[in-house]
Design a protein around this ligand. Structure first.
Ligand code: CP
Length: 308
């Protein structure tokens, strides 16, 4: 049993096994109704707590559906409705939950909350997003790239916009999966240096290029995300829009990428801000395959955590 807290702290061979396992499980379900059980039921008699301290559509539903498909049961919990939201410590919450459930998935604000949950729980903990990282999303993104275009190793991935928590997990994945990552965005919204160090240590230093046309040149995959994340103050909205306007993913910029480049966005999107609807609904876009693959990738992560 092991926790899935971050991509750079998980063994690269295990990450590869999860991606391949996710694709096999997806293939095995082809044509099945969404509610049909998987042929294998590795989570029979297992109970999973899904805790959300922030809003979610994809993470909430894909974990819930995936665990049920594998024969498990779920409890979807709002942090605000638990004593956790009223002063009970994370450590005590972790110890108590460990008496009831086999696995905890938590979406929270501070990374420290996730780490404390994992430290004090006797069951595996999965990172469903913090202010600093979103590893489950990037596992789905790697799976999506590879099912469309083959191995991601050695490919040019361009992130356009804010160096946020989703970018951080892409930076971690660059080192683990061996792709070349370019960040293009304003200096004021640069990613944290520590996120770049892992990729550099693994021999895949991340390029920072303020010029989006030059950054997009030869891209195999273009990725962006909302300009105002859940943890950013809404008062920053106008300033961020002004800083990021030049990095909007539109057809003009996509023309600099390879003709068969893919476009991804983890969603939810603010259409015609960070990416135009022409790109989101256009021939490069795989955003809904990406959303679907949250389901399959997370099923593989859950199995890895529980060793089943
Ligand atoms: N991409 C993502 O995590 O979506 P939700 O916020 O809807 O879970």
């Amino acid at each position: 049993m092991q926790s899935f807290l971050d991509i750079h702290t998980t063994d690269a061979a295990d990450l590869r096994q999860m991606i391949d396992g996710a694709r096999a499980m997806k293939d095995a379900r082809a044509g099945q109704p969404k509610g049909a059980p998987d042929a294998e039921q590795p989570l029979a008699n297992r109970m999973v707590a899904l805790i959300f301290e922030k809003p979610s559509t994809r993470t909430r539903i894909s974990f819930d559906v995936g665990i049920r498909q594998m024969g498990g049961q779920t409890m979807v919990l709002s942090g605000a409705d638990m004593q956790l939201g009223h002063g009970e410590t994370i450590a005590d919450t972790a110890r108590v939950l460990s008496r009831y459930v086999d696995l905890i998935m938590i979406r929270t604000f501070e990374e420290q909350t996730l780490l404390e949950m994992a430290e004090y729980a006797d069951v595996p903990v999965i990172n469903g997003l913090t202010n600093r990282t979103h590893p489950c999303q990037i596992m789905a993104d790697v799976m999506t790239y590879e099912e469309h275009r083959g191995p991601i190793a050695g490919k040019k991935v361009v992130w356009s916009g804010d160096g946020n928590n989703v970018f951080a997990s892409f930076a971690h994945a660059a080192g683990q999966f061996g792709f070349d990552l370019t960040f293009t965005g304003p200096e004021t919204l640069d990613p944290e240096k520590v996120w770049l160090d892992h990729a550099a240590e693994k021999g895949h230093p991340i390029t920072i290029d303020r010029n989006p046309e030059r950054a997009f040149a030869g891209a195999d995959l273009v990725v962006t995300d909302t300009w105002v994340s859940m943890h950013d103050p809404q008062s920053a909205r106008e300033r961020r829009h002004n800083q990021l306007r030049a990095y909007q993913v539109n057809e003009r910029l996509m023309a600099h990428a390879k003709p068969d480049a893919l476009f991804m966005h983890c969603l939810p999107a603010h259409r015609d801000d960070e990416a135009t609807s022409e790109v989101m609904d256009g021939p490069h876009s795989v955003i809904f395959d990406e959303a679907e693959n949250r389901l399959h990738a997370q099923k593989a992560i859950v199995r890895w955590c529980l060793g089943v």
